[in-house]
Ligand binder design. Sequence first.
Ligand code: PTJ
Length: 249
Amino acid sequence: MSYELVRNIPKDHPRYESLMIREKLVNGFKAGIVCAEGLIAHGRGEAFDYLIGEKTIEPAIVATKAAVAMMLTAKHPVISVNGNTAALVPDELGCLSERIGAPLEVNLFHRTEDRVDKIIHHLKAHGAKDVLGKRADAHIPGISHERGKVSKEGIYSADVVFVPLEDGDRCEALGNMGKKTIAIDLNPLSRTAQAASVTIVDNVVRAIPNMTKLVDETKVLPGSELKRICTSYDNKAMLEEVIRRIKMI
Ligand code: PTJ
């Protein structure tokens, strides 16, 4: 899905980028990748994006650095993919997965086998190599909804799970399993944002390319420095800083 394929929105429209993001999601919905609820979730995210100025703010940069360090020091990091992220950043997900050495796993809240197949196909068409998630042969304890269905070799056995656009209870349940979680969520007040080990309060369309850009310069740092970045990171303080900035508007 490329910008060329979407409806004719002139590039000089003041809200061009935002309208293009909507178009990608609507196209994703029509293609059976995004669920109807995903469009509602996007509206919520859009409102918060407006409040942070539709740009990457300083606390998000700090969180992004911690997220990359955490994934690079993990033994088995996994990237969880839902319908919205697959529609918005399919190339970027494949690229991050390869650069960090973390497999992608399709994991859906509104799971149907048809959507899982379509998302896997879509990610592969955009360059992703292996995509887990079709075989959900394990279960996250304490999660009774569809997001509890995971792959044994993927999310179930991961030590760090990257969960862009998550729902909070699974984030909490993964934490209860002793895993570290990294979320991207434009809403700093959401249960996900509060429950994750690292929360990047930014739009996935900016945050995932930012993570990829940071991989090379972070990879060359000594192990002790990577560890320091992870242990000195304070997610609660970072979220408070985001909320403080929003209040200042
Ligand atoms: O594809 P599925 O079946 O797994 O379903 C995906 C949705 C998104 C419907 C599901 O995960 C869901 O219901 O999510 P929630 O609980 O509505 O949470 C979505 C969160 O993502 C909200 O806090 C939004 O503010 C945030 N959000 C929405 N769009 C973006 C975003 N955060 C970052 N970037 C975005 N583009």
